[in-house]
Design a protein around this ligand. Structure first.
Ligand SMILES: Cc1cc2nc3c(=O)[nH]c(=O)nc-3n(C[C@H](O)[C@H](O)[C@H](O)COP(=O)(O)OP(=O)(O)OC[C@H]3O[C@@H](n4cnc5c(N)ncnc54)[C@H](O)[C@@H]3O)c2cc1C
Length: 429
């Protein structure tokens, strides 16, 4: 039986990133992914020449972007402008993001507009960590007076975090994400599948063994040390270190006696975040100027990912089909039929006549965006090591230490590998 120094469960962005850094450090590394393809929630499906992510995906200039650049990934794509609208009582009104919309929009009072401009300037250089211990709701209610400006900030921070519960999400990380959004995000050409492919190529170059179609059923440990991984079908893989990039509930299930480890707390405190996604390919947009729209009285967001930005639009189809996406941010109760109907109604307001331009659509009724996030009920930040079992680590978007979304996946992958490399008790092969 082959022995590995690092075995990684899950071949999404966290797993692939961890594998590359471990292999770069000279570790004999294997990735085990249960699906037939790598990528996890970052895959892109091509349908009738249109590249659909699992819901719109924007790469913020955060930890993930920096790591990908450090690894030399190309990251071809485009940065859309931040001109945006708010939807209020079925009306689409400009948000004051440039000189003309600042003067013209009836959305905010003059006091509200000046306050927004003040906060945008302040956000540019603010140390957001001073707000880590209070919720988004508390931050908004104590810092902003204008009622409509509060609605605007609820919508902006919801879009940055995907979280519908402002009373739960810590304000600091959310404001940091907004700070990054204001500097411009990246929509990737041909979707995030290209990112997955670039990571896969790099992992192969580094000598990582990538195994797909392999469902891990247990992480075997003996004398409080990781021993091996058991796969469905009975294959056993010996490994001195294991990094789990699986969801918290799966990670808990995979480790015998997990209830006697920190995995138990991390699993119990996790609050998943879900959205309903409607992604649509249109021959052309009925209303060109409607590119970004934040729901101010409804928890929705609209974006045109293949928009005519500068220097060029993101390429999301082979034949020029335009790709638009809508999200409905969800609470614990969801209803697929109702959510799809609501998103279509919203689209009737934003892009009337869209049905006449329809090329193809994809509706995903309930996608888990993250399995956990920095919230006010958290007892502790998860990982990187599971302290009770030597050689066991976790990574993934739910193991955030303040980072959000894929930044949490990548930052936690790097944290797990660097702790693994430093640990004195690492078992030598
Ligand atoms: C609708 C939507 C929109 C999003 N938008 C953005 C955005 O704009 N910006 C952003 O930064 N992030 C965004 N995200 C989040 C981003 O996609 C995720 O954070 C990231 O892809 C998660 O990567 P991961 O590796 O942590 O987890 P995953 O991608 O879930 O990878 C885990 C892998 O583990 C595998 N696995 C599970 N159990 C087993 C097992 N027993 N054995 C073997 N393998 C197993 C799974 O199949 C999966 O491939 C969005 C997500 C969604 C759903």
């Amino acid at each position: 039986m082959t022995k590995y120094e690092v075995a990684i469960v899950g071949g999404g962005i966290a797993g692939l990133t961890a594998a590359i850094y471990a292999a770069k450090a000279g570790k004999r590394t294997i990735v085990l992914e249960q699906q037939k393809q790598l990528g996890g929630r970052a895959i892109t499906n091509k349908k009738q020449g249109v590249y659909f992510n699992l819901g719109a995906h924007a790469l913020y200039k955060g930890e993930a972007y920096e790591a990908f650049r450090e690894l030399g990934l190309r990251l071809d794509g485009s940065t859309p402008s931040i001109d945006a609208y708010g939807m209020w009582k079925e009306q689409i009104l400009p948000l004051p993001t440039n000189a003309s919309s600042f003067i013209q929009t009836p959305l905010l009072s003059w006091g509200g507009k000046l306050d927004l401009a003040k906060w945008f300037i302040k956000l540019g250089k603010m140390d957001t960590s001073v707000w880590n211990q209070i919720s988004i709701r508390d931050w908004i209610e104590t810092q902003l007076n204008d009622p409509m400006l509060r609605n605007v900030f609820y919508a902006l921070l919801r879009t940055s975090t995907y979280v519908l519960a402002p009373e739960l999400h810590a304000a600091g990380p959310a404001l940091k994400q907004l700070q990054r959004a204001l500097k411009g995000v990246l929509y990737l050409d041909k979707g995030w599948g290209t990112l997955v492919e670039e990571l896969r190529e790099l992992a192969v170059q580094q000598g990582v063994e990538l195994v797909t179609g392999c469902k891990v059923v247990a992480v075997v440990h003996q004398d409080q040390k990781v021993h091996s991984i058991l796969c469905e079908g009975g294959t056993r893989i010996e490994a001195s270190n294991v990094i789990l990039t699986t969801p918290p509930s799966t990670s808990h299930k995979l480790v015998p006696h997990a209830d006697q480890t920190a995995l138990d707390t991390w699993n119990k405190q996790a609050i998943p975040v879900t959205v309903a996604c409607l992604d649509i390919g249109l021959r052309q947009l009925p209303i060109q100027k409607h590119q970004f729209i934040y729901g101010l009285d409804q928890p929705i967001f609209f974006t045109h990912q293949s928009r005519d930005g500068k220097p060029r639009p993101a390429i999301l189809s082979d034949d020029g089909t335009q790709v638009i996406s809508l999200f409905k941010y969800q609470g614990p109760q969801t209803d697929a039929v109702k959510d799809e109907g609501e998103l279509e109604q919203v689209l009737d307001v934003i892009q009337p006549g869209w049905r006449n331009e329809l090329v193809i659509r994809q509706f995903l009724p309930k996608m888990t965006v993250v399995h956990d996030f920095p919230h006010m009920k958290r007892l502790e930040d998860p990982g990187p090591a599971v302290p009770e079992i030597v050689g066991l680590y976790i990574a993934g978007d739910w193991t955030s230490h303040g980072e959000l979304l894929v930044d949490a996946s990548v930052a936690s992958a790097k944290r797990a590998v660097s702790q693994l490399l430093n640990t004195r008790e690492e078992i030598k092969l």
